[in-house]
Design a protein around this ligand. Structure first.
Ligand SMILES: [Zn+2]
Length: 474
């Protein structure tokens, strides 16, 4: 448990409903105990000066892949990357690790595997797969934040998709405890890869995953959401703007439906993806400029509830990436978008990316706090602990300079496999410090101090496993 600490800044943003202004925050037992609306540097544990101090980012969509595929990503590297980007809470996805998090023993195995390796607070979602309906309520009781399912092939054999009948069985179980169900919303429409096209050309892959796949799946999500009425349904990583009318109609009808999109759909367009650059591949795919503009409209008008990373890395050989220099599997084509593993690595770099692109579209700092802190905390059932700075909540903060230039260099990123489409991108917003429950876990000024710090990180992992409360909706 951290000692009492005092944080002060001339620029504090307590929540999306407040203005930026001076404040001093007193922390006791890892929680915010008192807030004074003044800048009081004398006696402060951390004096942020004129840097912005706001609630730590909650990234509710991260694939940590441990246990089982820790060579893709592990909890130490993922939580370091999170901490370096002002992210104080990450919620793990139930697939790509082995075993998939679809039973109570698998949940316990993950919790045990993460012990001692969490630099930020970590929780996990469970998975819905064919045949595990009876495990769902017990997993909620253990602390799973909710559940995710696929309506098409997930990319890994251990996490098969559910059909409509299996979906209904799961939803009937979740209805007993108001457990949330999240959907990877793509369904087969018969679209296929045109073998006559060059697989190293991004358009070949893009054309094989048309917006209609998302629209079809989202129509089904809306249908079952209406049918069950009280099971909160959530669409992960929306890419296709074509689905926005159905989402707007469902929300207008009052259905318990929420939607997220990802940093990459808002900051990258299909037109700019270079040939062979498989680090840009994910499912659903990054689409064109006009699609991105429509997603931004939906972010700004509140149709899209929040923004996450969907950090989903793998080893470079599976990306069939040209940087692998011949280490890719025999017979594979270097830079083949169609065969490469889909997933974009970005945990801990989203805040400045969103801010930089957003502010030229009218996004304010309050919107940022809403989109990446408050709404994601609420989504994970953590709004009574995280996402805002308020008395009684966890003292999770990020200290950053929204005006400072930040040039992303893949070599300096902290996730295990550093292939990312953001290499060499310059944005505004540099993270200086990250504080988890009152304790600094990352400090950019300590990168070269290796006595009490290690490359800018605290030597001790202060993160906690988040399973204290059943993820009931509020
Ligand atoms: Zn994902």
């Amino acid at each position: 448990m951290s000692q009492d600490a005092i944080f002060t800044s001339k620029r504090v943003l307590l929540s999306s409903a407040s203005e930026v202004g001076p404040a001093t925050i007193y922390v006791s037992q890892g929680k915010v105990a008192r807030i004074e609306p003044e800048y009081l540097p004398a006696g402060a544990t951390i004096d942020a000066g004129s840097k912005l101090l706001m609630a730590g980012v909650v990234d509710s969509h991260v694939h940590i892949n441990q246990p089982g595929r820790t060579q893709w990503e592990g909890v130490v590297t993922a939580s370091h990357a999170a901490a370096s980007g002002g992210v104080t809470t990450i919620i793990d996805m139930p697939l790509n690790c082995i075993p998939s998090t679809v039973t109570v023993p698998a949940y316990e195995q993950k919790r045990t595997s993460f012990a001692g390796g969490m630099w930020v607070d970590v929780g996990t979602w469970g998975g819905v797969v064919p045949g595990n309906a009876s495990s769902l309520v017990p997993m909620l009781a253990e602390g799973a934040r909710g559940f995710k399912c696929f309506l098409c092939d997930s990319g890994v054999d251990e996490f098969p998709p559910v059909n409509e009948e299996q979906l209904r069985l799961a939803m009937a179980e979740l209805q007993r405890e108001q457990g949330m169900l999240m959907f990877h919303a793509e369904m087969e429409t018969g679209a296929t890869v045109n073998a006559a096209e060059d697989p190293t050309d991004y358009a070949t892959f893009l054309n094989s995953r048309p917006p209609a796949m998302e629209v079809k799946a989202i129509d089904l999500v809306v249908k079952v959401c209406r049918e069950f009425g009280t099971v909160p349904c959530h669409i992960v990583h929306l890419s296709a703007a074509d689905a926005l009318p159905a989402i707007r109609a469902a929300k207008a009808e009052g259905l318990p439906l929420t939607v997220e999109t990802c940093f990459h759909y808002l900051t990258i367009t299909a037109e700019e993806v270079p040939t062979c650059s498989t680090e840009y591949k994910c499912c659903p795919p990054i689409r064109g400029q006009s699609n991105r503009d429509l997603l931004w409209e939906a972010v700004l008008d509140g149709t899209i509830d929040f923004v996450v990373s969907d950090h989903s890395p793998c080893t470079p050989d599976l990306k069939l990436h040209p940087c692998c220099g011949g280490k890719i599997a025999h017979g594979a084509t270097e830079g083949d978008f169609v065969s490469a593993w889909g997933g974009i690595a970005s945990v801990g770099i989203g805040l400045p990316l969103l801010w930089t692109e957003g502010k030229r579209r009218g996004l304010g700092l309050q919107d940022v706090a809403r989109l990446v802190c408050e709404r994601t905390a609420k989504h994970a059932g953590l709004s009574d602990r995280k996402g805002r700075i308020a008395i009684g909540l966890d003292a999770d903060f990020v200290v950053w300079d929204p005006e400072e230039n930040n040039r992303i260099d893949a070599e300096k990123l902290h996730f295990r496999n550093k292939l990312t489409p953001y290499h060499e991108r310059t944005c505004q917003g540099l993270i200086h410090r990250t504080i988890v429950r009152g304790t600094a876990v990352y400090d950019i000024s300590q990168i070269n101090d290796n006595d009490t710090w290690e490359s800018g990180f605290s030597r001790v992992a202060h993160g906690q496993w988040l399973d204290s409360a059943i993820s009931r909706r509020d």
